[in-house]
Design a protein around this ligand. Structure first.
Ligand SMILES: [Zn+2]
Ligand SMILES: [Zn+2]
Length: 176
């Protein structure tokens, strides 16, 4: 007599006893799909009901997808659009984008923020970018702000740098 266990492995008839069945039951539990926690609502979902955001690599429910074809979570989709706007030729568009970066206070925007600061010429945009840099914080941000303080001379830009440095100082104080 020939039997096959749950994984299709050949099992000899005389080994097909209670012990074997218990082992198989254990195997079934292991191949049960690992649930993913949605980073937006916190719900545990089956992998097929979630998607992985291509930008932050977090898992989210399919119901939080911006549209069927978007590989990004809603928040990341917005940040990507804002980062694009930072490189718009319109001062007005860049000012709004810089303020958005400031309020988002998201570490992931740092590379785009630093790239834009180096080439930005509009003082209002620069004001927000420097301030945002400090709000996101970190040693690299502090170094950039301190360096900018010695190079910039527009009062609005200098105010943004000052605000940025104060955010970093406040952060450091709370950490201790
Ligand atoms: Zn969710
Ligand atoms: Zn994301």
């Amino acid at each position: 007599m020939t039997n096959y266990d749950q994984q299709g492995q050949h099992v000899e008839g005389d080994q097909f006893n209670a012990d074997t069945i218990n082992v198989n039951a254990g195997t079934i539990n292991i191949i049960e799909p690992e649930l993913k926690r949605c980073y937006i609502c916190g719900k545990l979902c089956r992998p097929e009901d979630t998607y992985e955001c291509k930008r932050c690599r977090n898992f989210a429910c399919l119901s939080h997808k911006v549209d069927v074809s978007s590989p990004y979570s809603p928040k990341c989709k917005v940040l990507i659009d804002v980062e694009k706007s930072l490189f718009s030729s319109s001062d007005e568009v860049r000012r709004v984008a810089a303020q958005h970066i400031w309020s988002a206070r998201d570490q992931s925007t740092m590379p785009a923020l630093m790239r834009r600061i180096k080439v930005e010429t509009d003082s209002i945009t620069k004001h927000w970018l420097y301030s945002a840099l400090g709000r996101i914080g970190g040693a690299e941000a502090r170094r950039m702000l301190e360096e900018a303080q010695t190079q910039e001379n527009d009062s609005l830009v200098l105010q943004g740098i000052e605000d940025g440095l104060q955010s970093i100082t406040a952060e450091t104080r709370f950490d201790k």
